[in-house]
Write a protein that binds this ligand. Structure first.
Ligand code: G6P
Length: 487
């Protein structure tokens, strides 16, 4: 990597661009993409003024627009290019077999340990290989010696090795935004696929995960399935040394901490408070996904209301779910189950003037989200498994008035950092119900002590630190690798 600054280009590669293009009534609408990856990398770039504050000459982001290739017009491509975004068009069949298939029906459930949802199909794998190659064909012409290529997430695990082979002078980093499973779970994948995936990732100079647990899982798989020496944050792959480390992803702390000072948000907070008439608010927001544990959460809420009838009419659970991966059958099934449970609970417990669960299934704009974080007395974040979970951090950061309680699954990466949350197991219905009661009755003094400690952690470890730590560690790893390669 050139160290003089000013000439180094950062090429970010992820399946999902920071925006998604949707076609509506013949027109194209460009909107912010949802999900941890897009949110985090977007906030990092905003905070460093598109890379200028880091001395980067240019930042280019390569990824999929969300449209099927047939629908991606020159005009759309041009509009995205002006935003520094380069698209990799995916044909309808590739969306089915690569995105909905190998990515979201094989890797996603397996890596979250949800084995019963995992599908292994040869044609999914073939599409995965082809599409990773296709990404390489778009990325490689953009890369010059000394540039940084930062590949993100489970969709592109073969890409680092392809780039390394074709552009050995570029620094290549890989970051996984979801958990890396224990070796015994990863072992369920057919051997040729799992070896190719590990070797693909090891094409990078630096491989990053959210927490040490995932680093250790990865190192064990590499040793077990490839026979490479893997220890203390490094893998020795033949003559190459690949660094491996934990880089907990985060948020733009100030953006959330200052949210209640924004005029639009303040107005909405006031309006919500009037309309909620003193009700205590328990809140959650997720993409619709079976990993997020919405059904368990609903049942724990129901149990809380049944065990503590004095709270009926005094507290409401606002559960926002954002549509996601609607083409994958398991997501459709989960949507129906959530709707059924919400209907059942409201039918059994609701009153003419009180709804136990307010269920919102749509994308909500940022100011509304910020207002909801501000009015929620409790955030109930109980995924079955989650690489990190940024919602937990966003909620805590938004509590400028030092009140609020976070209930958080021990199975989310964020639980490794947010130690002052009420930590629960998402399958322990009684434990979650008890935590809800504890949260709703916690003294303001205790709330503040906990919130402050967590805010301090997030303030110190914000999204800029995540990205800058990764990029610095990558530069170092690449330099070491180049020196080691000298004859
Ligand atoms: C998770 C993944 C991201 C993904 C996001 C949204 O956060 O780690 O890679 O972009 O979900 O999912 P989608 O399938 O819509 O891209």
């Amino acid at each position: 990597m050139r160290s003089s600054g000013g000439n180094v280009k950062l090429v970010i590669v992820s399946n999902r661009l920071p925006v998604s293009v949707v076609q509506r009534d013949g027109a194209y609408e460009i909107r912010e993409a949802v999900g941890g990856l897009a949110t985090a990398v977007r906030s990092f770039l905003r905070a460093v003024e598109g890379g200028k504050a880091l001395g980067l000459s240019e930042v280019v982001w390569v990824g999929w627009s969300g449209l099927r290739a047939e629908a991606e017009t020159e005009e759309v491509r041009g509009r995205l290019r002006e935003m520094g975004l380069v698209t990799v068009p995916l044909a309808g069949e590739e969306v089915n077999l690569f995105y909905e298939g190998f990515c979201n029906s094989t890797l996603w459930p397996l890596f979250h340990g949800l084995i019963v949802y995992t599908v292994f199909e040869g044609r999914f794998w073939d599409a995965y290989v082809r599409v990773n190659q296709k990404f390489a064909e778009v990325v490689l012409p953009l890369v010059e010696p000394g540039d940084i290529v930062w590949v993100h997430d489970y969709h592109l695990m073969l890409l680092p090795a392809i780039i390394r082979d074709a552009a050995p002078d570029a620094a290549v980093g890989f970051f996984l935004h979801i958990p890396f499973p224990p070796a015994e779970v990863f072992q369920l994948m057919p051997p040729p696929w799992r070896s190719a995936i590990l070797d693909g990732v090891l094409g990078a100079d630096l491989v990053g995960f959210h927490v040490h647990e995932y680093v250790n899982n990865f190192l064990r798989s590499v040793a077990k399935f490839l026979g490479y020496k893997a220890e203390a944050g490094a893998v020795y792959a033949g003559r190459r040394k690949v660094k491996v480390g934990a880089f907990p992803i985060s948020i733009d702390f100030d953006f959330f901490y200052n949210s209640s000072l924004r005029e639009d948000v303040a107005a909405m907070i006031k309006e919500f408070r009037q309309r909620l008439r003193g009700l205590k608010i328990v809140f959650s927001i997720d993409r619709l996904d079976y990993t997020k544990g919405n059904l368990n959460r609903l049942r724990a809420w129901e149990r809380f209301l049944k065990e503590n009838p004095e709270w009926r009419g005094k507290a409401t659970f606002i559960m926002v779910v954002t549509p996601s991966r609607t083409g994958v059958p398991q997501y459709e099934a989960m949507k129906r189950e959530i709707e059924r449970e919400v209907g059942r609970i409201n039918g059994e417990l609701g009153e003419v003037d009180w709804t136990p669960v307010v269920y919102i299934y749509r994308f909500i704009p940022t100011p509304t989200l910020l207002a909801l974080y501000n009015v929620a007395d409790v955030a109930l974040i109980t995924p079955l498994r989650d690489g990190m979970n940024l919602v937990a951090k966003e909620y805590v950061a938004s509590r400028r008035n030092c009140t609020g309680v976070l209930i958080l699954s021990e199975t989310a990466g964020a639980a490794h950092e947010l130690l002052q949350a009420l930590i629960v197991n998402p399958n322990d219905e009684g434990g979650v119900a008890a935590a809800i009661k504890r949260a709703l009755t916690m003294s303001e003094e205790e709330q503040c002590r906990r919130i402050e400690a967590m805010q301090e952690r997030i303030r110190q470890h914000d999204v800029v630190r995540w990205a800058v730590d990764f990029i610095h560690a990558l530069a170092e790893a690449h330099l070491e690798a180049q020196e080691a390669a000298q004859p």
